[in-house]
Design a protein around this ligand. Sequence first.
Ligand code: C2O
Ligand code: CU
Ligand code: CU
Length: 573
Amino acid sequence: MKQLFILFFLGATLGVFSQNQLLIPPTIESTNINLTLQNGTHQFLSGQITTTMGANGNVLGPTLIVNKGDNLNINVTNNLAQTTTIHWHGMHVSASNDGGPHTTIAPGATWNPQFTVLDKATTFWYHPHLDEFTDEHVSKGIAGLIIVKDTDEAALTLPRTYGTDDFPLVIQTKDFDANNQIVNHSNADDVVMVNATVNPKLNVPAQVVRFRVLNGSSQRVFNLGLSGNKTFYQIATDGGLKNTSAALTRLKLAPGERTEILIDFAGLNGQTVQLMSYASEFGNGIYGATNPGMSGGMTLNNYNPNSMNGANFNILQLDVVAQTANPITTIPNSLVTVTPYLEANSDQSRTLTLSPITGGQNQLNGDFTINSVSMDMNTINFTVPLNNIEIWTIQNNSAISHPFHIHDIQYYILDINGNPPPEYLKGWKDTVLVPGGQGTVRVITKFTDFADDTVPYMYHCHMLTHEDGGMMGQFTVVDTTANIDDENFENGFTLFPNPSKRVYMTAKLKNTNEKIQSFAIINQLGQIVGYHKIHENEVSNLISFPVFEYSAGIYILKLYSNSKIYTKKFVIE
Ligand code: C2O
Ligand code: CU
Ligand code: CU
């Protein structure tokens, strides 16, 4: 692979290496959406063809174009030989519609989520999310964009004709073996592609053009910029339009993150502009830098050598052609009103500490923990009361930066290592790069609309090797008002639903200042059949715990708080 890669660089510099027209994914613009996941083949490189996975095609998936307020009826049919899931990354949907690791689609089966689009105009994306197999299914090709439109966006003078002045860019790096087959969980990702097109070029009209950019890579962070340090204008972050457009020459985009940018090509007809990653400018501690570890010169096993690391490279060649009819020629300054939640209104703070299990030079690919535990499908790491405003501090105890993603919500970044976020990270976000070497990011969000004590939401690192390697956890959002009557609080705590045939039960102490530290489940023979100690960063007056493993019968829940022991009988039906 190295040889082709060098050719690619030379080619880009000398303008002689053959280039490929950028593929533009087809669209589905309907409230009835049918996606079929399938195996396929795709010619990424010259020589042997590559086996792939795609949605409604050989690789990637159609761009879904929907409106805020639409009632979507989606059928996802799995024609792969493996179980998978499809997750609507960034969208505010109920846990059962979210497509996380619990919502599996068996081979041959169809999943039918139905939900209303509640989100503002934004670029989201969809991808598989099977526990421990997310990287395999995404790197083999399944990923697509979701464009949400709304009236606020429609009122602005912005380019919005898909494939004409509004282009989707799914940027990925992949590793190919000697037979041109994709290698997952690899650190030898040395082929860059946009929309599954290697060495791509695109004709753009000589006017203001919009790009919806996704970093769909498994691990690599890009330092986006234009040749000649040409200015571009960021108009949206992960979760929607910004307050005002931001004039930039660089924008770091980590796996899972999206951005929307405008580039003004006026007067450049006949010229070429390169969209680049200026990775040579990365400091230490980022996947993509010369050194991935924070301390200067710290090497991590498996990271080196990879010719992409610390090198500037072309992502997409933009060839400027004649204007379209009715071109957009201005860059708007003011966009929409983004009103962040206020720190003073927060109901609860949590700290999530990201750590490698093995430190030192062997930490690159995990396994990992969050608050000392790896992802466990049968553990709900904590429970969030519906409508809580929460501040989450993400603390990074590893050498490398991790893009941290939370399902269900969009958040606002309060600070990064104690400093306010840079301009390009101001706005609604669902994924943020947390600096390595004891870096911290604080985010604030509100958990509205969807409570479910059956299906959890995920939080995780969006480097897919890390997600698959345990850097993921689960939370449920529970409506603590709907299930509680005063009678149940007589002993100072309530437990619901009781009797239960549910997947999870939830217990809540009346005194919100009292913290549950551990609990035990005891059967009728007096045997302890379940015990869980809550991590000190996650204690609150509320817990959810799985009960699906228990056979029907009567049990006792014993709750240990910081000041009391509570017991209550419950019934599994
Ligand atoms: Cu983009 Cu949990 O996912
Ligand atoms: Cu997500
Ligand atoms: Cu990570």
